[in-house]
Design a binder for this molecule. Structure first.
Ligand code: ADP
Ligand code: MG
Length: 444
């Protein structure tokens, strides 16, 4: 029965509550000086101490690197007209994602130069904010050392280095543009900043895209690792790096055979185990592995695998498309996708099996992220909290947001209000805002 195969993906409410508590323990470990070195959830201080107040102004360049698309942006902030942005997407070929660090940063510098020449802004000296969405240990707003690559990147000679130095060195090698990177930030921080610009209750930023991660505003006296000045504001944004939750084995009690398979075949084995159960880079592949199991036991497609045998062939956007058929009374999208997967003969019961598998995988992902968000909301413990969320999985999946709202409302029993707010291009806008807030505080 399909039910038996799906069952390990269906978790009880109490299990999600337990996962929330485990994450709370992991976060405490990450924040404490003595346990941080061995903690898997690193709770990295970001040096972002203040959120925008809506009065930020100026022109900025921004870079967004951390998934399949790399972008260069030009952003103007003004009190009167808000945010104006222009951006260009530059693909990062897989050869560069897994090549040398020098090749990667030369490519980035080439893209910045191309963008600057296209917009004819060679003459201006614009500060640049770099949204670099990999775990970094920051030493200041403009010094961030890569801890380890994630999400399919593995460029040599970058781990342990200050990414801003590598960028500046590549810009210098070209010698055709004048650009200074004044801030490096995580996409979670960009996401939080972009929403806080509009909504002053925003204190949490969550990414549900290629990967998953979150940041939040923490009180300095809770951050033992903070060895800088404790002047006002006595708070700092913490990049949790919650994607690594479970890397010490504490989530093995819920991990299925499919989760173990995903991990074994990944570039970063044994790492980012929470992320591998949730995010867009993996969700489609989990569904594919469950389908393979169903076909193998002749429960689907009369035992014919078609392209389901090809790794990474079933995209997470197909999961969204299949789930969009729900309630329509037809399997329009589902049928189209099954055909695309090279299966010529199938029945309505195959369609409904595929739907149930997609749903089980998505609901688990949405509830795991909700449990983690509730853990952060409990830490912040304010009457009104806005959670800023960015990423294509959250944006485009038909049920993800709905399941998250229900789950958070059930789990968050303080009676406080919360809101999920979609971040509009947080990685770009946020980079400009971090640069601008730094500028404002400096001039105060
Ligand atoms: P990034 O996280 O790299 O900045 P995105 O936020 O665009 O980029 O997320 C990319 C991820 O979103 C990919 O892993 C992709 O599988 C997933 N994705 C893209 N479109 C959809 C969709 N319609 N439904 C669900 N997931 C999607
Ligand atoms: Mg992004």
């Amino acid at each position: 029965m399909i039910d038996n195969i799906i069952k390990p993906l269906l978790l009880e409410d109490e299990t999600y509550t337990k996962i929330g508590r485990l994450l709370e323990q992991e976060m405490a470990k990450g924040l404490s000086k003595t346990t941080n070195p061995s903690a898997k959830v690193k709770m990295l201080p970001t040096y972002v101490r203040a959120l925008p107040n809506g009065l930020e102004e100026g022109n900025f360049l921004a870079l967004d690197l951390g998934g399949t698309n790399f972008r260069v942006l030009l952003i103007s902030l003004s009190k009167e007209s808000g945010v104006r942005m222009e951006n260009k997407i530059y693909p990062v070929p897989e050869k560069i994602m897994t090549g040398t660090g020098k090749e990667l940063f030369d490519h980035i510098a080439y893209c910045i130069s191309d963008f600057i020449h296209e917009h004819n802004i060679q003459g201006q000296h614009l500060p640049l904010g770099f949204t670099f969405s990999f775990p970094c240990k920051q030493e200041s707003l403009s010094v961030g050392r890569l801890i380890s690559w994630t999400k399919g990147f593995s460029c040599s000679d970058v781990e342990g280095e200050n990414v801003v130095d590598l960028l500046h060195a590549a810009i210098k090698r070209r010698n055709d543009i004048s650009v200074e990177c004044v801030a490096i930030l995580n996409d979670t921080v960009g996401c939080l900043m972009s929403c806080a610009y509009l909504d002053h209750d925003a204190e949490i930023g969550v990414i549900l895209g290629t990967g998953t991660n979150a940041c939040y505003m923490e009180k300095l006296d809770k951050v033992e690792l903070w060895d800088q000045d404790k002047a006002e504001p006595s708070q700092v944004v913490i990049n949790t790096e919650w994607g690594a939750f479970g890397d010490d084995g504490c989530l093995d009690f819920i991990r299925t055979d499919y989760d173990f398979q995903i991990d074994e075949r990944s570039l970063n084995r044994g790492r980012q185990l929470f992320e591998k159960m949730i995010s867009g880079m993996y969700m489609g592949e989990i569904v594919r592995l469950v389908v393979v199991e169903c076909v193998r036991t002749s429960l689907m497609f009369s035992g014919v695998l078609g392209r389901f045998k090809e790794r990474d062939c079933f995209k997470t956007k197909y999961v969204s498309a299949v789930e969009k058929d729900h309630g329509r009374g037809s399997f329009e999208n589902t049928k189209r996708i099954i055909e695309q997967m090279g299966i010529k003969e199938f029945t309505d019961s195959d369609c409904s099996a595929l739907f149930r598998i997609c749903q089980a995988v998505s609901i688990r992902a949405a509830k795991l992220s909700s449990a983690a968000i509730v853990t952060l909301m409990n830490r912040i413990n304010r009457p009104n909290i806005t959670v800023a969320v960015d990423g294509s999985l959250f944006r485009f999946h038909p049920r993800f947001e709905g399941v998250m709202k229900e789950t958070i409302a059930e789990m968050y029993n303080f009676g406080h209000q919360f809101k999920l707010m979609l971040s509009e291009d947080g990685s770009g806008k946020g980079a400009a805002l971090v640069a601008a807030v730094a500028h404002r505080l400096k001039n105060n």
